[in-house]
Design a binder for this molecule. Structure first.
Ligand code: PAF
Length: 288
């Protein structure tokens, strides 16, 4: 039976027993709108921990005034049903109040939080880092799981843990994809049928661009070809399409070691992000 709490007092009462029993506690933070991607993170948590806590909280501080905070899918009863059907966790925490009225402190992330998402969403990572630190402090998990779908977010959290000496192990979960390759995301539900078809090209074009790089195209040639191909399927509004160092997230000018390719774009009015690893194959010839 999954426990449900919405106050920090009830959360602590539940956690205390587990902590006294020496249980290893895993956390999967979410904003709800649960799908197979979230469930895969929860099973990863189960594999590493004795007790799994998930949080469902649409965090206002990571949305700008023009973003979809108001319309973000919220269906708590469906989410709870999904979790209990799959027996996916031991405790669900849906905080009723996360920020006091006079809350006045924010984490300011730099380093891997610069560029990419930050160029279009400058508020985003400070909001994410602040809520995650609050959740870590409230729950004190031994392990926390984050999906590679939000690759930059994952790197920001790892940086937060390293820089602030947080006693939590961060584990990354692989991206879960639909049969046609589209990365699973709560926001996919915004897409019309036609937009959904268009969106299925993203992963194919990422893979093709990665192959082009591995087969000797320069970074700029590969990206330009990828953009043309996105345009040809009707995707014209691209926030970024970039090849970056997988650890520092600095953009790379030359493909001569493993890289991460990251993209953010609009299909209709829906903003989608995706990314893939681009392994450097030793037989690749190197372009400048
Ligand atoms: O990835 C998300 O769903 C959110 O950014 C997170 C990590 C739950 C913080 O609100």
């Amino acid at each position: 039976m999954i426990k449900f709490v919405n106050s920090v007092q009830d959360l602590h009462a539940c956690l205390l027993r587990w902590q006294q029993n020496g249980h290893r506690i895993g956390l999967v933070p979410t904003m709800g709108g649960l799908h197979e991607g979230h469930l895969s993170l929860l099973s990863l948590a189960k594999a590493h921990c004795d007790k799994v806590v998930t949080t469902i909280y649409v965090n206002p501080t990571q949305f700008s005034a023009t973003e979809d905070f108001g319309s973000y899918p919220r269906n708590l009863s469906d989410d709870l049903q999904t979790l209990s059907n799959k027996n996916a966790c031991d405790l669900v925490y849906c905080p009723q109040q996360m920020y006091l009225d006079n809350h006045a402190t924010q984490i300011v992330s730099s380093g891997v939080a610069l560029r990419l998402e930050a160029d279009s969403r400058p508020h985003f990572f400070n909001g994410v880092a602040t809520i995650i630190l609050k959740l870590f402090n409230q729950i004190k998990p031994d392990v926390a799981i984050f999906g590679e779908k939000d690759y930059q977010q994952l790197m920001v959290i790892k940086q937060l843990v390293r820089d602030l000496d947080l006693q939590v192990e961060i584990i990354a979960g692989h991206i879960q994809r639909e049969k046609d390759g589209l990365a699973m995301s709560t926001r996919n539900s915004y897409l019309s049928d036609n937009e959904r078809k268009t969106a299925s090209n993203i992963y194919r074009i990422l893979q093709k661009t990665a192959r082009n790089l591995q087969e000797n195209q320069s970074v700029s040639e590969a990206i330009n070809a990828g953009i043309l191909e996105l345009n040809s399927v009707g995707i014209n509004n691209i926030d970024y399409f970039s090849i970056n160092d997988p650890n520092t997230l600095e953009p790379i000018a030359k493909f001569n070691s493993d890289a991460r390719m990251l993209i953010a774009l609009y299909v209709g009015t829906t903003r989608l992000i995706d990314n893939i690893a681009v392994p450097f194959l030793s037989e690749s010839r190197i372009h400048s």
